[in-house]
Design a protein around this ligand. Structure first.
Ligand SMILES: *Cc1c(COP(=O)(O)O)cnc(C)c1O
Length: 386
């Protein structure tokens, strides 16, 4: 059983064929249609499709004039791209630990980490559950930009609010395994008109006009570069895959939720732990991570792999990865929840189209073969005493 099976909506081959017939292989009218659809879905003023979350984030940091000497607060429990992009613009990622129950960035620790150099914070809507952005805003004050890492959370909500509505900007990933995908891609959304104008430049070399605009009015229009940008645009060839999935996003979210609830029921009476989803949250259920106590995570991964069940790890604490672990500025002792979770977590398959029979098979392996290995040492199986 695979960890993930994509389910592109609509007739993907026919939509790509249509683009091949058109003059625009790169960014053009089809990308613009999807940007409009994203603006409507999130009720925001501006959306820009990008070639990935990562490129979108670098372009955003550049647009916010974040660079050497600046600090950006990031959670230790996330995918490494969240902190790498900060390094890529020459700024310093400042890690904070996560809440042990939700695994979301700890807001009190974030408040304590703000200094006069702090330019931004990147809250991660981990596994599909949104961070409480209004509470984060209250903690960091009005001058620290909130850049939401919404790579896991296209369809999630908290208190009825969606990504991008309360932060300064939110960034999505349409990478191959994400809930909405076109293989490689991403999007930036914001309500800030000034930031939006700057993003048009920083996502395209710094140029003042994109390919379509350069030939607007049937003639060639000169362009200029007033600031540094990167190349981060998404071609129409990939953009056409997104529209039909966005239309179906709520239907698919319910399917994901039903699968997550079945896992939760089957694993309820075991020592395995599952992150808490707050009552205020509607999760996008991007991933279904569990915590395997007693130092048995790698053994569990081995058993799953022998039974041909696709499982991954999301994630080992970023602060444990060599690039960061060797950084003398990062105090390894400061991230106990992220570190412990990262040493014990694994992720089970969760995708629309996963059948009940397939899910039963996964649960049987976990309950019949992995759980019995955990119950031998009683109290020592709890997280925090691994
Ligand atoms: C996938 C992911 C990214 C990076 O997305 P790309 O589109 O592959 O650049 C960033 N943050 C998180 C939390 C992710 O899961």
């Amino acid at each position: 059983m695979p960890f993930y099976r994509h389910a592109l909506a609509g007739d993907a081959a026919a939509s790509i064929a249509q683009v091949l017939e058109s003059p625009f292989l790169t960014t053009g009218p089809r990308a613009a249609e999807v940007e409009k659809q994203i603006c409507q879905f999130f009720d925001v003023a501006f959306a820009k499709l990008t070639s990935s979350w990562t490129q979108g984030a670098v372009a955003t940091l550049l647009a916010l004039d974040i660079g050497p000497g600046d600090e950006v607060i990031v959670p230790a429990m996330t995918f490494v791209a969240t902190s790498n992009v900060v390094k890529q613009v020459g700024a310093t990622p400042v890690f904070v630990d996560v809440d042990p129950d939700t695994l979301l960035i700890d807001i009190a620790l974030t408040r304590a980490a703000v200094t006069s150099r702090t330019k931004a914070v990147i809250p991660v809507h981990l596994y599909g559950q949104m961070v409480d952005i209004p509470a984060l805003r209250e903690a960091v004050g009005p001058d620290v930009a909130i850049i939401e890492d919404a790579a896991h959370c296209f369809e999630g909500m908290r208190n009825g609010r969606r990504p991008g509505q309360d932060g300064d900007v939110a960034i999505f990933s349409f990478y191959a395994t994400k809930n909405v995908t076109c293989g490689e891609g991403g999007a930036i959304i914001t309500n800030n008109a000034r930031l939006a104008r700057t993003l048009v430049q920083t996502t395209l070399h710094g140029m003042s006009a994109g390919a379509a605009k350069r030939f607007e009015g049937g003639r060639y229009n000169h362009w200029d570069v007033a600031r540094l940008g990167i190349k981060a645009n998404l071609p129409d060839l990939l953009a056409v895959l997104l529209g039909p999935q966005i239309t179906k996003v709520e239907e698919r979210r319910r399917e994901r939720q039903a699968i997550a609830e079945r896992y939760t029921d089957r694993l309820a009476q075991t020592p395995l732990e599952i992150p808490r989803i707050d009552n205020a949250s509607v999760s996008a259920y991007h991933l279904f991570p569990i915590f395997v106590p007693g130092g048995k995570r790698d053994l569990a991964l081995q058993i799953l792999s022998e039974r041909e069940v696709g499982a991954t790890v999301n994630y080992r604490s970023v602060t444990e990865l060599t690039l960061y672990k060797n950084d003398p500025m990062i105090n390894q002792q400061s991230f106990p929840h992220s570190t412990i979770w990262g040493e014990g977590t694994l992720t089970l398959p969760l995708f629309p189209g996963l059948t009940a029979a397939e899910q039963d098979l996964v649960c049987d392996v976990v309950v019949d073969e992995i759980v019995p290995l955990l119950s031998t040492n009683g109290g020592a199986t709890k997280r925090g005493v691994i």
